[in-house]
Design a protein around this ligand. Structure first.
Ligand code: HEC
Ligand code: HEC
Ligand code: HEC
Ligand code: HEC
Length: 494
């Protein structure tokens, strides 16, 4: 309480000081004094308002990394997580999920039980029930061989969808993967969730958690069912069995951890005293600082963003959460290529195909997931990128594609190998390095102007890039670009 009011007092002070500044300037000028603004300030001001090299975007991009509450809403948690899991989680999050961010709040078992009962009492939605073939609800060893085959087919379909979707780009599994740096470890997810919740989550993540950083894939019903079968059955999502020795140790350790059973929960769930106690603990433990909890009043409530009217690229970029991985201007993550000038870099015919069915450009890093964008969605994205994500003044293009001669291409090829570009790049079926993108069809993918821009100084487009600056002359640049522009699909396999 005290800390907070001090902070807000400070804010008021800063605010009034700021608010008075222009007033002071006005005051001086109205009393006859000349009003002078430092030209340096004007320059800076211009720079910060409209970055020189960037265009002003038609809408303000939302940065998924800057959400105020990092924890999911807790209002309907009872539809998602098993009570046993909840009791272990609240007692010590990091012991349950290796990459948990939630702190251990030091609650005792009585408090934890009350919190769970309270949270179950505020649930305001029923989980839609999916109809499953009854054999899918059986354990593996209870399936007849006919049923097993049918299940296995669905499972394998899901395994394929899982691979194309590159879920592990965000989610580690038992500590491995998750390079984007968001998303809980899914290594023991079967101890937490149920089929119906998973189906509903994968079909519409944002209805559960409007600010989620997870991409909303365009899965069809068969993909969803496959993914559910795969996640609920594959051993990578089930806790590892402890070996003999560890098992004994594990058991004695486990006995000390109290776990709320379904049965005990059923006896407690209507207990109004427990519900009241739970509400009290949630208020005291400040769960609402990181979570939305229905009915808990807050000192500084977060105003939920209005997203009902979203359309076009703004809708797509919110649903897919492109900015969890990519960066545009100063918003977003740094895992995937920066898209700020993608419209000056990439050829849009290639781009549209890529968005619908990404292939591998950079062999060493991970591939972009297949989100199953529709043709219309890909077109919306490409139109936006072409128009807005560009170098404002345009890139010079010292070479017309029509003016390229066989002689230039041969000169460029010689230079390419002389300079050792092939140590990092493959440029055809012969192979080559894998540090940089494969250049076999770079002429389809990149605009001529961008090739000059990049080769003139590779660090300009990507300050962290490892490609050396070869200090190439304009003539060398020309033949090298001519050679690269010639790398197009129709030459494949040549
Ligand atoms: C762009 C990153 C990203 C991708 C790709 C992604 N997820 Fe997620 N996922 C998240 C994040 C982040 C959360 C947690 C909610 C939050 O913090 O926004 C999450 C939550 C989940 C959860 C709930 C886990 C829990 O313990 O609450 C499941 C299950 C899940 N994702 C499955 C998948 C599957 C299956 C795929 C692939 C089809 C996938 N995710 C792809 C980021 C991602
Ligand atoms: C400092 C922030 C913070 C506080 C305080 C906090 N949590 Fe969390 N909680 C998180 C984060 C972040 C997650 C998401 C999982 C992760 O990465 O840790 C989470 C996840 C959860 C989950 C799982 C949600 C889901 O959808 O899977 C539950 C349940 C939960 N918290 C309960 C509580 C309760 C109850 C309290 C108060 C007693 C509380 N939390 C206080 C940060 C917090
Ligand atoms: C889960 C992370 C992730 C999300 C979400 C994501 N991408 Fe990507 N994207 C990547 C990765 C990784 C690459 C690099 C692929 C490669 O090099 O093989 C990439 C490559 C690209 C490229 C090619 C860039 C270049 O310079 O080569 C474009 C364009 C692109 N993505 C656009 C988008 C758009 C638009 C969205 C949202 C609709 C989106 N991406 C969502 C991970 C992601
Ligand atoms: C030390 C390794 C290395 C060498 C040598 C190297 N490159 Fe690269 N190059 C890279 C990397 C890594 C990237 C990817 C930068 C990125 O992802 O933003 C790259 C990017 C590129 C691109 C742009 C591709 C894209 O999609 O952004 C082109 C074109 C290119 N290099 C051409 C060349 C040429 C021509 C040479 C020789 C004159 C060369 N490179 C030498 C590592 C290298």
């Amino acid at each position: 309480m005290r800390l907070r009011s001090m902070v807000s007092l400070q804010k008021v002070l800063i605010f009034t000081t700021l608010a008075c500044l222009p007033l002071a300037a006005f005051y001086r000028s109205s009393s006859g004094e000349e009003r002078k603004i430092d030209s340096l300030f004007l320059e800076l001001d211009k720079k910060y308002r409209i970055p020189e090299a960037w265009t002003v975007l038609p809408f303000e991009l939302e940065d998924p990394w800057k959400r105020v509450k990092n924890g999911p809403p807790l209002t309907n948690i009872i539809n998602k997580a098993k009570v046993e899991w909840l009791s272990r989680w609240i007692a010590n999050p990091k012991k349950v999920v290796p990459n948990a961010k939630m702190p251990n709040l030091g609650l005792d078992f009585e408090e934890i039980k009350a919190v769970i009962v309270f949270l179950s009492s505020i649930s305001d939605k029923q989980l839609p029930q999916v109809t499953w073939d009854s054999f899918l609800l059986k354990k593996e060893d209870e399936l007849s061989s006919d049923e097993y085959d049918k299940m296995d087919k669905i499972y394998n379909n899901g395994k394929g969808a899982w691979g194309r979707a590159r879920c592990t780009i965000c989610h580690p599994i038992k500590g491995v993967g998750g390079n984007v740096g968001v998303g809980p470890d899914l290594g023991e997810i079967t101890t937490k969730i149920n089929r119906n919740w998973l189906y509903d989550w994968l079909g519409n993540t944002k209805s559960h958690f409007p600010n989620t950083m997870m991409a909303q894939y365009r899965f069809n019903d068969a993909d969803l069912r496959g993914l559910v079968e795969f996640v609920m059955r594959d051993t990578q999502f089930i806790p590892e069995e402890k070996d003999e020795e560890e098992g004994v140790k594990g058991k004695s350790a486990e006995q000390e951890v109290n776990v709320l059973t379904e049965k005990e929960f059923d006896n407690l769930r209507k207990d109004t005293a427990a519900i009241e106690k739970g509400r009290d603990v949630v208020e005291r433990a400040r769960c609402f600082v990181c979570h939305d909890v229905k009915g808990i009043s807050e000192l500084m409530p977060v105003v939920e963003k209005k997203r009902d009217g979203l359309a076009g690229f703004e809708k797509l970029v919110y649903e897919i959460r492109c900015l969890t991985c990519h960066r545009i201007q100063e918003k977003g993550g740094s895992y995937a290529p920066n898209l700020t000038i993608a419209g000056s870099k990439i050829k849009m015919t290639w781009e549209k195909q890529f968005l619908q069915a990404p292939d591998i450009i950079r062999p060493l890093s991970q591939q972009m997931p297949k989100f199953n964008l529709t043709d219309d969605e890909a077109k919306v994205a490409v139109d936006y990128i072409e128009k807005n994500l560009i170098v404002k003044e345009g890139l010079p293009k010292p070479l017309e594609e029509g003016s390229i001669t066989a002689e230039m291409i041969a000169g460029g090829e010689k230079l390419f190998f002389e300079k050792g570009c092939n140590t990092c790049h493959a440029e055809g079926p012969k192979g080559g390095g894998v540090v940089g993108p494969n250049l076999q069809t770079v002429g389809d993918r990149l605009q001529t102007g961008y090739l000059f821009y990049h080769l003139k100084n590779p660090q300009r487009a990507n300050p962290q890039g490892v490609e050396p600056n070869f200090g190439l002359s304009d003539d060398e640049l020309k033949v090298l670009v001519a050679f690269l522009v010639d790398h197009v699909t129709r030459k494949e396999g040549k």
